[in-house]
Ligand binder design. Structure first.
Ligand code: URA
Length: 430
């Protein structure tokens, strides 16, 4: 097969066959097709797109490029979740024990944070002793015994995505819907998911800035699921302010504990977590309506079963859950409002970057993160704020925090008109 002919075909907007896509992807992974030819094809895909069939073919080829985890020994539907990432997104920490406490296995491979968004593995590592690297046999054993395990991505899962993503990153081809959709879905499928719930974040703190863009991505992923026989539901959720009150690693674990142990939470994080968990319960066929699923989910939060499962999970991975309460940054500084009015908007990405400046996130993959630091938000969009009100508290190990304080203040805007608060769950696409 001739690689240049394949590039030309896509350049002229024609549809590629399975064999043509396979030729390029396997050749690239094996090293027989160079970066410059794949870059050119990626740019042609960026401009001309892929059909649903091409996107699912690409996904399947990517899945087959490496190892696949076989979870069939569980003899049940394996449901996974994925979030496209945002600021203060601790939904996995909350949903994992909820799902497991309902007898649905939760077996997840999660990522680390990069840029303004955090990662579940980093958050869990703020718990003293907690291991996120488990050999595959131990991971499977724990899912069988405890019904829950969460580890970092390891092994040779979807090597095609590792190479393609790195290349997309330096060739301006990350923000292509079919490339994002196939990248995410290939990793979920290779890690053994039968059914998938996608939390697609929408807003100025997310990858997808508008509902229209998010709908396109959601539809592309749901279509891949249909073609590859993995039931997939996409939940579009708001990321136009940090989710919940806490940003930072230990902070976010504490917020998840408070929700599950004390029923103490802010409405947005509760609503998103309950929606995602309930959609997973439906896909696992443990309930026949969304109302029934939501009632099962809220019961295990209020009766403490989900919290007990969280403790069991942390212990199974050698963590000491009490340790997070002792994690304190050197200083906590209140940020007071210089303005007054209704809190109308916030540049959420900027808030994520402020947390990164404190050391809660990493700019490059090699950066070390500081689990102790972060930001607590005391206000939500729509709140009436007076001059001098406490809008946030920063937890810092740095001497000078002026830049962070200014960044937080500058990110927020106020109006004199009352601001309507919006539901955190925007829509469901299936
Ligand atoms: N996340 C992924 O895993 N892949 C993409 O392409 C974009 C975001």
């Amino acid at each position: 097969m001739n690689t240049v002919e394949i590039i030309n075909k896509k350049k002229y907007g024609e549809v590629l066959t399975y064999e043509e896509l396979q030729h390029v992807i396997t050749g690239y992974v094996e090293g027989s097709i160079p970066d410059y030819q794949v870059s050119s094809l990626l740019m042609a895909i960026y401009f001309n797109g892929l059909t649903n069939q091409e996107t699912s073919d690409l996904t399947e080829i990517m899945v087959n490029s490496g190892d696949q985890i076989d979870m069939s020994f569980l003899n049940t539907i394996v449901v996974d979740k994925h979030s496209t990432g945002g600021v203060g997104d601790k939904v996995s920490l909350i949903v994992a024990p909820i799902i497991a406490s309902l007898g649905i296995p939760f077996a997840k491979m999660s990522g680390r944070g990069l840029g303004h968004t955090g990662g579940t593995v980093d958050k869990l590592e703020s718990i003293e002793g907690f291991h996120t690297e488990l050999p595959l046999d131990k991971f499977k054993e724990q899912v069988k015994e405890q019904g829950i395990a969460l580890v970092g991505q390891s092994g040779n899962l979807v090597p095609a995505d590792k190479k393609l993503y790195a290349l997309r990153d330096v060739t301006g081809t990350v923000d292509s819907i079919p490339l994002i959709a196939s990248s995410i879905m290939s990793k979920k499928i290779a890690s053994g998911a039968d059914s998938i719930v996608l939390d697609i974040k929408v807003g100025n703190g997310a990858f997808m800035k508008t509902v229209e863009e998010a709908e396109k991505l959601a539809t592309a992923m749901v279509e891949i699921g249909k073609k590859l026989d993995r039931e997939t539901v996409a939940v579009l959720t708001r990321m136009d302010q940090p989710l919940g009150d806490e940003i930072g690693n230990a902070n976010e674990v504490i917020e998840a504990i408070k929700l599950l142990r004390d029923n103490d939470y802010s409405k947005d994080i509760y609503d998103v977590s309950v929606e995602i968990a309930s959609q997973m319960v439906l896909l696992a066929k443990k309930a026949s309506t969304i109302e029934e699923a939501k009632s099962l989910v809220s019961d295990v939060i209020t009766n403490g079963k989900a919290y007990s499962k969280l403790v069991e999970f942390v212990e199974a991975q050698d963590g000491n859950i009490e340790s997070v309460n002792e994690i304190k940054a050197n200083q906590s500084i209140d940020v007071l409002s210089d303005e007054e009015g209704y809190y109308a908007s916030v540049n959420t990405q900027s808030i994520g970057e402020a947390a990164m400046l404190l050391g809660a996130g990493r700019e490059t993959k090699e950066d070390q993160i500081d689990h102790q630091v972060g930001i607590t938000f005391h206000v939500k969009l729509g709140d009436a704020i007076k001059k001098g009100d406490k809008i946030a508290t920063i937890h810092s190990n740095k001497q000078n925090n002026d830049e962070v304080i200014q960044k937080i203040k500058k990110a927020m805007t106020y109006t004199t008109e009352a601001v309507e608060s919006k539901n955190s769950v925007i829509k469901i696409i299936k």
